[in-house]
Design a protein around this ligand. Structure first.
Ligand code: FAD
Ligand code: UDP
Length: 378
C-alpha cells in the first residue's frame, strides 16, 4: 500500500520506517527544507558549532527499546543536562537540590535536615494542589517558589501560576542530595552528528520517498491513507477556532570565547525579559574545546499568532474543550490518522514521540492485516 505521511519529524520518520520495513511505501512530506522537525540541528557555517535550530534538545528516556532505536541510527554521546539558574543576583543549580537549598538559605544542612527544613516551609494544608502555584507551595514553600518558579513561569506561560495546571511543575524533580542531573531517566545523551542525521538515517529506506518544501495542502496524490503529524486545527482549516500555543523568539548572540561557560542558564527573575540563554557548543562537551568562538540564544516566550511556529500547547479549559471538538471531528473523518505533538496537541518529549510512532505503526499493521483502516488516533 502507498501512504502519505505529513511531517518529517520523529513522528513521521519512525512511522514511515516501520511501515517501510513491513513492505509498505510512503511519501513523507514536509513544508520545511529539512527533516527532523523541531529537533533539527545543523552546524553553524561560521564556527562549526552544532546548533539546535528550534531550541535545545536533550535526549533522555527510561524506554530501552527507544534508546536502542536512536542508537541504531546515530552515535549517542554521554551528556548530562545540568542547568544553572540566576535568581536575585546569585547563580544556583537546578533542579532544586541540596546544593540549591544550602546556597539559597546560606546553610550546610545534610539531606535529612534539608528535607525537614523544606517540609516546614511547605504548605501542608494544600493536600490536593489545584494549580501550579499550589503544587509549588505544597512542595517547596513560598521562598523557593518565588525565587525559582514564579517569575520564570509567568514569563514562560504569560499567565499567573494560579491559572496553570499543577502537572507542569510535576515534570521537575526536587532532590535532597547533590544530584544536579535535570532528568531522572536512566538513558541520556546527545547525538554526535546531531538529530537531523538520525532522522535522515531513519528515513533512508527504499520504501520512503521524502519531499521537502512541500505543503500537504498543495500536494496532490492518491494514497491509501494519510498520517498527519501537523497541527490538528490546521488540517481542518481552523473551522472550530485556533488551538493556542506559546511561541519562542530566539535572539542570537555571538562572541569570541565563552559567554556562559555552560549549556543553559535560566533567568528566574521577572525583570529580565527572556527565560533562558543557551550556549550551544556546551551541548556537545566532547568537542566544545575545539571552538574559540561561541553562539548563544536568548529565549523569549510569547503567545503565538497565525504566522508563528507553535511550540508549547496551552492546555487550559478553553483549549481542552476546543480540542475535544476537533477530536470528535477527526473521528468522523475517513482516511486520516493524527499523531505527534501537533497532531494530538500535547507536549511530547522525543522519546515519547518515538514510542507513540512505533506503537502507531504496530496498530496500523494489525488493522491492515484485519482489512480495517487505521484509527483517527492511536
Ligand atoms: P515536529 O518535530 O514538530 O514535526 C512536525 C513536522 O510537520 C514539522 O517539520 C512541520 O514542518 C511539518 N508539517 C506540519 N504541518 C505540515 C503541513 N501541512 N504540510 C507539510 N508539513 C507540515 N524533547 C526532548 O525529548 N528533549 C528536549 O530537550 C526537548 N526540548 C524541547 C524544547 C522546545 C523549545 C520544544 C518546543 C520542544 C522540545 N522537545 C524536547 C520536544 C520535541 O521537540 C518533540 O518531541 C518533537 O519535535 C516531536 O516530533 P513530531 O514529529 O511530533 O513534531
Ligand atoms: N520552571 C520554572 N523555573 C525554571 C525552570 C522551569 O519555573 O527555572 C517551570 C516552568 O513553568 C516550566 C516548567 O517548570 O514550564 C517545566 O520546566 P522544563 O524545564 O521542563 O521546561 P521546558 O524544557 O519545557 O521549557
Amino acid at each position: 500500500m502507498r501512504f502519505c505521511i505529513v511531517g518529517a519529524g520523529f513522528s513521521g520518520a519512525v512511522l514511515a520506517r516501520r511501515l517501510a520495513e513491513a513492505g509498505h511505501q510512503s511519501v513523507v512530506l514536509d513544508e520545511r527544507r529539512h527533516v527532523a522537525g523541531n529537533c533539527h540541528t545543523e552546524r553553524d557555517a561560521a564556527t562549526g558549532i552544532m546548533l539546535h535550530r528550534y531550541g535545545p534538545h536533550i535526549f533522555h528516556t527510561a524506554d530501552r527499546e527507544v534508546w536502542d532505536y536512536v542508537n541504531r541510527f546515530g552515535r549517542m554521546m554521554p551528556y548530562v543536562n545540568r542547568v544553572k539558574a540566576l535568581s536575585g543576583g546569585a547563580v544556583y543549580s537546578l533542579p532544586v537540590n541540596l546544593h540549591t537549598i544550602n546556597q539559597f538559605f546560606g546553610t550546610t544542612m545534610n539531606p535529612a535536615e534539608a528535607r525537614a527544613f523544606v517540609a516546614a516551609q511547605a504548605r501542608r494544608d494544600i493536600t490536593e494542589p489545584a494549580n501550579f502555584e499550589e503544587q509549588a507551595l505544597s512542595m517547596v514553600g513560598d521562598r523557593i517558589y518565588r525565587a525559582f518558579f514564579r517569575g520564570y513561569t509567568r514569563k514562560q506561560w504569560g499567565l499567573d501560576p494560579t491559572e496553570l495546571p499543577a502537572s507542569i511543575l510535576k515534570r521537575l524533580p526536587l532532590r535532597f542530595n547533590y544530584d544536579d542531573n535535570y532528568f531522572n531517566h536512566p538513558f541520556q545523551g546527545m547525538p554526535a552528528d546531531g538529530y537531523t542525521a538520525i532522522v535522515a538515517g531513519i528515513l533512508d529506506h527504499p520504501g520512503i520517498d521524502v519531499r521537502l518544501g512541500c505543503r500537504f495542502e498543495e500536494a496532490g496524490g492518491d494514497f491509501a491513507h494519510v498520517f498527519y503529524t501537523g497541527p490538528l486545527d490546521r488540517y481542518f482549516g481552523y473551522q472550530l477556532g485556533r488551538l493556542g500555543y506559546r511561541t519562542l523568539d530566539f535572539e542570537e548572540v555571538r562572541a569570541e570565547g565563552d559567554l556562559l561557560g555552560t549549556a543553559v542558564l535560566n533567568y528566574c527573575d521577572e525583570d529580565v525579559p527572556f527565560t533562558r540563554i543557551s550556549e550551544h557548543k556546551y551541548f556537545a562537551p566532547w568537542e566544545a574545546d575545539r571552538f574559540t568562538g561561541t553562539v548563544c540564544f536568548r529565549e523569549y516566550s510569547r503567545l503565538g499568532g497565525a504566522e508563528d511556529i507553535p511550540y508549547y500547547p496551552i492546555r487550559l479549559v478553553g483549549e481542552k474543550s476546543m480540542l475535544s471538538d476537533y477530536v470528535a471531528l477527526a473521528r468522523r473523518t475517513q482516511g486520516i490518522s493524527f499523531l505527534g505533538r501537533l497532531g494530538t496537541y500535547r507536549y511530547l518529549d522525543m522519546d515519547v514521540t518515538i514510542r507513540e510512532a512505533m506503537d502507531a505503526a504496530t496498530a496500523t499493521l494489525e488493522r491492515l492485516a484485519e482489512g480495517a483502516a487505521p484509527p483517527a488516533f492511536f
